[in-house]
Design a protein around this ligand. Sequence first.
Ligand code: PLP
Length: 429
Amino acid sequence: MKTINKPTVSLDPGDTFTWPIITFEEEEAVLDVLRRGAMSAKDVTMQFEEEYARWQGNQYALGFNNGTSALQTAMWAAGIRAGDEIISQSVTYWATILPCLSLGATPVFAEIDPDTLTIDPNDIEHRITERTNAIVVQHNCGYPTDMDPIMVLAKKHDLKVIEDIAHAQGSLYKGRKVGTFGDVSGLSLMSQKSLVAGEGGMLTTDDKDIYERAIAWGHYTRFRDKIDSEALRPYRGLPLGGYKYRMHQLSAAVGRVQLKYYDERCREIRKAMNYFWDLMERVPGVKAHRPSKESNCTMGGWYNAMGLYRPEELDGLSVTAYVNALKDEGVVAGSGINRPLHRHPLFRTCDIYGHGKPTVIAFQDRKKVKVPSLPISEAVHGRCIHPPRFKKYNPEVIEQYAEAFKKVSNNYKELLKTDPGNPPDFGSW
Ligand SMILES: *Cc1c(COP(=O)(O)O)cnc(C)c1O
């Protein structure tokens, strides 16, 4: 018989989880654009670009209508062309790599590190061929990728590095902001990300040629006299990609205000999340997904905060049973992470453009798609748990949540008796 007891989490969380934080300042900024009828102009966007570039530490930033278009543009501007191969992690949001298909490139998937959930630098080099042109890194759930070995590899094999920093605006790798390591980076500003503009994206780079190519690809109104590149100048006026990727100025107006308060809000998020994980330090089964204090790495705005579920510390208790038990303690938690991409039919069989063979190998000599075996990526969904995503440092609330996790972990033997196991196909797509 199930004992009915009071859930551990009883306090009203108030604004602990509220995100994004929108105030009258965003409202005023948006109204100003509306009243001026400047929705499709570029003055506010260009101010935002300048402020963002300065904040991140890059020479150039270019606004986009979303992160997906920024990443596709980053790939083309970095020189990805038909037949090239790009190495990336399989466990990520799809826009990290999927846009390369529209360029005729072939994604090559690598493993993630089981503790950082970012690309495993030791699983890259053996995947490099003469067709490899770039590595795309994604600082998954805010955790900065181990960039040093990747930059060494890139130099050795003359590869471009593209950073997807959609989860990690402001995350530090060894004291330096992500997005400043690779040749070019793309990021999202959609309304759940840690830096928010509504729908929007940004491309950043220190390379003038990349910047100009990015303009040429999808910003025809800016592809004008200021373009210095001799290779691009003959085509001015029309977008080379055939795309129109301009950022909506209502978004740019929101983004500018959000950026102003971003560092301060991230500091508070980090304080709250670190407090939670400090309280969880000796709780079996659930480990923090964060770099060590000594590493001089940070989690930025801790977007999509993740916990590492370790069933072996709980005699194999499934994360599904764990999350169900948390519900009884008043914690609405989730499990899992995006499913690996390499096994999805889109990356195996789909002929999107009518090349008469799977798009992923449209411009390769091969007839068959090589589907790699990536055991860590394939099992990771059962090893991830969502911690509460605290946006405010309210210690009493945080303590109750940590207490609830502790209680479930301590009760694992009881839970094993009714463990339903994990469903065969959880995770999205
Ligand atoms: C959200 C996201 C994107 C795409 O950004 P949109 O603005 O939604 O197009 C790309 N990469 C990652 C890792 C993301 O999480």
